[in-house]
Design a binder for this molecule. Structure first.
Ligand SMILES: Cc1cc2nc3c(=O)[nH]c(=O)nc-3n(C[C@H](O)[C@H](O)[C@H](O)COP(=O)(O)OP(=O)(O)OC[C@H]3O[C@@H](n4cnc5c(N)ncnc54)[C@H](O)[C@@H]3O)c2cc1C
Length: 389
């Protein structure tokens, strides 16, 4: 059983089903996209840091896994170029941004991933030739909902909507999940919680004899602003970069939303907020963000940000203090057969497929999809010793 049908749950279901498992996915909402994976479009791109930090190395493995999955789903006709494109991403190294590794810190494969942006790429994005920018060749824009749907369509995966799990229990080698009426919704020897924030209360309710916080999950609200390309004046439309630009939020254009080609600017970051309404103040913040990211577009796109024109989507990223997801068993001795796949933060597109492959490889006793010294940073059991009472 997999609980939750966002990027994490659908990736786990697809990975397990590809290995021959029969997977039942239970989703609380009556349609897909209820959580953060309802995001209209996002980027899968590598993280860079001067010391080639663990997170940077893990994102490269993650982006590789996501791109491979998208390519495989495209080959079998479940995704198309309207759903994702391995476009490459230009990263504007705005002032104060951490630089990529250089000299000895540069990983041998680093050059293949991220190079200084060429004159052609800079010009295509409307930047001056001396502008500091990187080109991430292995990077993509992806419509998360299309990836979720395509992964859930893997043979062996059975999706059940409108199944809010209130409680889970373990008896005689079998996990049972219950709704708030006390009805058993499903049973299986293995259960994966991919329920974002709900993962914490589900674990707490399970641990009646050892209460505490098993996973310190936190909300990080974010909003993107978007609009129809056809509403922009022709010269502004012609000046938009044809590939995504990130570095201080992100700009993506030419992607379908509600049957129309749109542009997208995001995202805001707001801590300690448990609601995700769309706010006009956040549209203004995204317009200001554009001024740093792509200054030459600020003025010409000002009219697109007025309240009557701009549209928005907001959601809650589910984060952990060390910015890494939590994957696999929470406490394998106490709860055999129980795993989690959550805490994707702002990188669900870059990390969810890798995390799913990690769970599958562990259950199957196969080679891990990334080096063990990196995999250990993703394991949910790292929080066990730090459990808060
Ligand atoms: C504004 C914004 C911009 C972003 N941009 C990017 C980006 O560019 N690139 C990127 O990689 N990531 C981005 N992200 C992050 C990305 O959206 C998330 O990391 C990802 O969607 C998390 O997926 P998930 O499956 O863990 O969670 P969710 O999508 O929230 O899925 C959890 C699912 O579990 C279900 N559920 C919860 N409780 C229960 C229960 N008790 N029983 C049954 N089902 C339950 C929920 O209904 C939900 O469908 C962005 C996020 C935001 C908010």
């Amino acid at each position: 059983m997999v609980l939750g049908a966002g990027l994490a749950g659908s990736a786990v279901a697809a990975s397990l089903a590809e290995s021959g498992w029969l997977v039942e996915v239970l989703e609380a909402a009556d349609k897909l996209g209820a959580g953060a994976s309802g995001l209209p479009v996002g980027l899968a791109a590598p993280h860079v840091s001067p010391d080639d930090h663990v997170l940077s190395r893990i994102t490269r493995w993650g982006v590789q896994a996501t791109l491979a999955r998208c390519e495989a789903l495209t080959t079998i006709g479940k995704l198309s170029s309207d759903d994702w494109q391995a476009s490459g991403v230009l990263e504007h190294r705005v002032k104060g941004k951490r630089s990529p590794p250089s000299g000895k810190a540069l990983p041998t494969e680093g050059e293949r991933w991220s190079t200084r942006a060429s004159a052609k790429q800079l010009m295509a994005a409307g930047f001056a030739l001396e502008s500091p920018a990187l080109w991430h060749a292995k990077a993509a824009w992806i419509r998360p909902q299309r990836l979720v749907e395509a992964q859930l369509a893997t043979p062996g995966v059975h999706l059940r909507l409108a199944c809010q799990v209130h409680r889970i229990s373990y008896t005689d080698g079998l996990w049972s999940v219950w709704n708030d009426q006390g009805e058993c919704l499903a049973q299986a020897p293995q259960v994966v919680l991919a329920t974002a924030f709900d993962t914490a209360p589900l674990l707490q309710a399970l641990a009646t004899d050892a209460p505490g916080v098993y996973l310190p999950l936190n909300p990080l609200r974010g909003q993107i602003s978007y609009g129809r390309m056809c509403d922009l004046p022709a010269p502004t439309r012609a000046a938009l970069p044809r590939f995504p630009v990130n570095g201080h939020g992100s700009f993506i254009s030419g992607v379908q939303q509600d049957g129309q080609e749109c542009w997208f600017v995001g995202s805001t970051f707001e801590r300690d907020c448990l609601e995700a309404p769309v706010r006009s103040a956040d549209h203004a913040a995204n317009h200001t963000r554009l001024n740093t990211l792509l200054p030459h577009l600020t003025e010409s796109m000002a009219a697109a940000f007025v309240p009557e024109a701009v549209q928005g989507w907001a959601g809650l990223r589910c984060t952990l203090p060390d910015r890494m997801p939590a994957v696999g068993p929470v406490d394998a001795l106490r709860w055999p057969g129980l795993s989690v796949c959550t805490g994707m933060g702002a990188r669900g597109l870059s990390l969810s497929v890798l995390c799913a492959e990690l769970i599958t490889a562990s259950l199957e006793g196969q080679t891990l999809p990334l080096p063990p010294e990196l995999a250990k940073h993703l394991l949910a059991e790292r929080f066990l010793a730090k459990k808060l009472r």
